[in-house]
Write a new protein. Sequence first.
Length: 946
Amino acid sequence: MVAQQQRDADMIDSLLSALRQRLPEDRLITDPMRRFALGTDASFYRMTPALVVRIDSEEELSYLLGQAQRHRVPVTFRAAGTSLSGQAVTDSVLVTLTDRWRECRVDPLGERIHLQPGVIGARANDRLKPFRRKIGPDPASINACQIGGIIANNASGMCCGTRHNSYHTLAGMRVVLADGTVLDSRDPDSVAAFRESHGDLLRGLTDLAQILHANPALAERVRHKYRLKNTTGYGLNALLDFDDPVDMLTHLMVGSEGTLGFISEVSLTTVDDWPHRASVMIGFDSLADCTETVIALKPTPVDAVELLDARAIRSVAHMKGLPGFARQMPEEGALLLIDVRAESPEGLAERCAEVEAVFADRVSHSTGFTRDEQRIGEFWHLRKGTFPAVGAVRETGTTVIIEDVAFPVPRLAEGVAELQRLFDKYGYDEAIIFGHALEGNLHFVFTQGFDSPSEVDRYEAFMADIAEVVADRLQGALKAEHGTGRNMAPFVAREWGEDAYGLMQRIKALFDPNGLLNPGVILNDDPKAHVQHLKPMPAADPIVDKCIECGFCEPVCPSRDLSLTPRQRITVYREMQRQQREGRLERGWQVAFDDQGIDTCAATGLCELRCPVEINTGELVLKLRQDRNRRYERLARSLGRHYATLTTLTRGGLWMAQTMQRLAGAERLERWSVKMRDLSGGRTPLWLATTPGPGRPVHAPTRMTRPSDENTVVYWAACVTQTMGPALNDGRQPIPKSVLSVLRKADLDVVMPQPTRGLCCGQPFHSKGHPKVGDAQRRELVDELWEVSSGGRYPVMADTSPCSLRVRKEAEARGIQFYDSADFIDRFLLDRLDIDPEQEKVAVHTTCSVQRQGIEGSFQRVLGRITPNWQQPEGMNCCGFAGDKGFTRPELNQSSLKHLAREVKGCSYGISTSRTCEVGLSRSSGLTYVSLFEVLDKVSTAKKTG
């Protein structure tokens, strides 16, 4: 064993030496902490890659595969890492993608879309929205998972069924095979060259198709299996559905989980995405009645039919929107949630009537169809809340497992009952069942610890019984959507039989004769492969212990292409805590984590909005900063007590920098700043050409002629807008000046806290790990706002969104009517002004704090009134400026915004609601970003009377 491990290490070293001839060192990741972090996926398996390679292009990938063959080193591909069955973990070489694999092209009518593997599924749908089209697959992870994984797993989802899954909507593919050869099935020249160079492979596929056709019983079994949702094993239906072996090849790639080749681009036929929608929730007192109704609904124009068993219903009983009848559901009962869509309101009414006619006499209870968007949202929030409901109650140290099976629909009730029987047998009292009823596809969720042999044995015995029920007795599929992976590989032969399994083995040998592509996945002779390499979930901190490592948070993280993501921060911290408890923290981990885990985290909390169990990883980072920065607590308290002096000194520093800019010029001053930062080892902040000049303290107008609730507003000008004025030569006016101008046009009296008080929301101290100082400042501010608002009589408006987020909850708890600039304008100002909208194309940045306050709707309504030709750059979430990190860790902001200039091409300027964010946005885009109030001031006049 030791000798084999040494040989493996030597082969990887040889491969690494070869790769260094072609790839830069920063994309060959060898340090232990980052390998551990990048090796994490959403499954309950843990393997740490010996090497992680970040690939920039198809040419690099071909070279890597050629060298892997030469050195006999196994390779595993990874897209977003949201797969659940262990198909993207390895202890050899893990290949991940840089951000250069995100190209997306749409045909003129939107009927086809061409996608590279790094495109997030939801982004593809965003590009198709203008055509009222979408991609067929709609997995629950669509906001995080990437096209490479969607196709490699043959993903489907709630609405697409089998008709619109990855396999059936595939229109063409570009693939890199194990030897580095590239085939583009859409290019006749590429196909012709491939037929010449790889004739043996194509003839082998033709031979396998003939063998299958010559065995009628096996052919019929294959057809039966793919009438269900089925992702167990290779897609043998490709051998029956096509005559051309090139078509067989590309369709075998679908669902192959990286074991046959690398998918570098796909073309998909898109499907209708109708705008009009209605939903209904219906209840049954028995599973048999529920199943009969599902069968009857199959031919009707429904878009989704979701089943929840009684246990799943109880798990979301605390949530808003659950109908009263569901709260008394008997143990053998179930709910169906039905979704219907149509092109027009009239068409929707017809479809709903047709569907309702089918179930009306069968159901025990019904809410009736609703078109109300809020009510529909509540229904589907309940459905999506089932999985996190289990995660939220799991014991620390256990993991949440979501299994995925399919039954023939006529046997669906029997399948549910059998699963519930097994839950009781093995003591999974928290387990719930939900799923896509029209396809007989059920998900069951339970919690499992792997910290003792007895727990592993329990899981192993449970899965053996699951295989017996699903595959043997009810002739279903052990994996309907989530892929075979390592999790179900030992059961493939059992489900399919030896003849079909033999065909799969021959397919693997044709594509990958040396067995180097993702070995152990889909085909695995080890009967215990599914209970090896199990992922421990040790306790780390109550803030993050509920994390299930799904990766849904990663697309919105500004450091995702720079250092670590929220998921990776948590998994590394868990491992560090485990090591420390054992008294052996690995060398270099703490230093690396301080930099990549703590210092490069923006800590804006946007990850919480994507997390199914609502974890804000930024809270953990802030806690760790507090632990690390305790030695500066006395200084922080002193600065907090003298904050007015601190802001005055800051204005002085900005004045000096602007004076130097006038003398030396912006480019030269920025070069000097970069050089000084390099010489100081990154200790000095970076001066940018868009750095603001000094602001001025703001005083309220003296007019206070008729103080009343409807005509008076408290304007809190945040310290940042009073400290930071316009940058040199950007043509702007100070934000408070714009605010007061608009309020004057709206005929409002203005009350303001006195600027000499040095009031602050405390965010600068909170973000640096001094929460006590920050909280004291916030309390002082809220006390002042209470006083100047006459005990909450007058509404209070803040001009900076991060400060609004920081104060809002505490202010509202005191009874203050508190508003951010966006929702204040929406509620109080639009109807008090005459507006001549801006017609230029404008870029918009929706700040993290606007998103976290839940006021995006208000923000967009305001934009629609003042500048209707606005656009949000694709994939734009957190800008990463994060208060002062744009100056102290500028690489974070630069990494997050590296594509911004391309995305805002053609725009005249940009809009934001955070002064510091505007600095980085302006720097990266080449545009000038201004505040919402500045634009409103530009396009508005006082309301004409009469």
